[in-house]
Design a protein around this ligand. Structure first.
Ligand code: SF4
Length: 341
């Protein structure tokens, strides 16, 4: 097994993990809340290093990332486990499974990069389950990927610590973070976590130079009030900037949350309109097929810059980072530089 980074040895063969904000103290023979970082004989091991449950070549729009290498493919990998216990998890079959029940296969960082290049992808995304708890593996693969000119993407719940995120910064380009709600109460009851560390990680990711987009799954009766959405949108504008793409996605009943219906499209549209009125440049709807708020519009003249249908996208009135109708500068990543180290 691969020894973990970012942990401290304590007395009696106990260890303390500093990778995510649970900061678990783990006794010998036990694992942390995520289920995949194990204490064996007083050493912490990353038990899923190089073990993948899922592999696919996805449009980058599926992450969703709308302002990062639009129209490209992203070689996507997932493993098992999660440090959140969301009642509405859509990937519970891998996030909540065990080593005994999971089907895992080995993939080295080098082979992952080879497969990404062979697939014609412009980036590698660690997604499907929480990538932060896999830390050492994306870190190794992403460092190699960047040397080959591939972009790198985390689709994350944002619970990584400052130490963890700073380690990733030299290799990680894009931080697609869920802000699942804007109350600590929601995070505690629904996810088994806290809100503030998520907000802190999003701010730090931006400070470290990563491209940040947020996703909020809008759940009827739980986080969809006008007041809560206003607080969230205002926070993003103030702390991440008005050009941060925000995705407001439709909830569908799943896993342990089957007591309410799907989010009406009208609710998502109302939130996007609210976001625009508050000054956000790029609000989007998600999980709704063929909606006009999937497109990217120029915030200055309204021209359709990128047209989307499901996960396919067509660049229309965008030349590099400029609207071809009015010349407005559009905050969008069109390429990533190779790193040398
Ligand atoms: S990654 Fe988080 S949940 Fe997992 S052992 Fe470390 S602190 Fe605990």
């Amino acid at each position: 097994m691969h020894e973990a980074r970012l942990y401290q040895k304590l007395e009696n063969n106990t260890v303390k993990c500093a990778l995510c904000n649970h900061r678990c103290t783990i006794q010998e023979g036990k694992h942390g809340i995520c289920g995949v970082r194990l204490n064996e004989n007083g050493m912490l091991y990353a038990a899923t290093y190089g073990k993948i449950s899922s592999e696919a070549v996805d449009p980058i729009e599926k992450k969703p990332l709308f302002h990062y290498l639009p129209g490209t493919l992203s070689y996507s990998l997932g493993s098992i486990g999660c440090n959140f216990h969301c009642q509405h998890c859509q990937n519970w079959h891998i996030s909540r499974t065990t080593f005994e029940d999971a089907t895992l296969r080995s993939l080295s960082p080098e082979e992952g990069v080879r497969r990404a290049l062979a697939s014609g992808s412009a980036s590698i995304a660690w997604t499907y389950n929480e990538p932060a708890i896999w830390h050492e593996y994306p870190l190794d693969m992403g460092t190699l990927a960047r040397r080959k000119g591939l972009g790198t993407v985390y689709v994350t719940n944002g619970y990584i610590t400052e130490e963890g995120l700073r380690e990733l910064a030299p290799m990680l380009n894009a931080y697609r973070v869920d802000i699942k709600a804007f109350t600590d109460d929601f995070y505690k009851k629904v996810c088994g976590a806290r809100l503030q560390p998520v907000l802190d990680s999003a701010v730090l990711a931006r400070e470290l130079g990563m491209h940040v987009e947020t996703v909020t799954l809008v759940i009827p009766g739980l986080n969809d009030s006008k007041e809560e959405m206003e607080s969230l949108i205002r926070w993003v504008i103030e702390h991440l900037g008005p050009a941060t793409p925000m995705h407001f996605s439709a909830f569908h009943p799943d896993y342990k949350m089957t007591d309410r219906g799907a989010t009406p499209g009208a609710t998502l549209e109302r939130i996007c309109n609210q976001a625009k009125e508050l000054g956000l440049r790029f609000p989007y709807v998600g999980n709704v097929y063929n909606h006009r708020y999937e497109n990217t519009y120029c915030p200055a003249c309204g021209a359709t810059l990128i047209e989307r249908q499901g996960f396919s996208s067509t660049i229309r009135k965008l030349d590099g980072q400029q609207c071809t109708d009015c010349g407005e500068k559009i905050e969008i990543v069109r390429d990533v530089p190779k790193t040398s180290s």
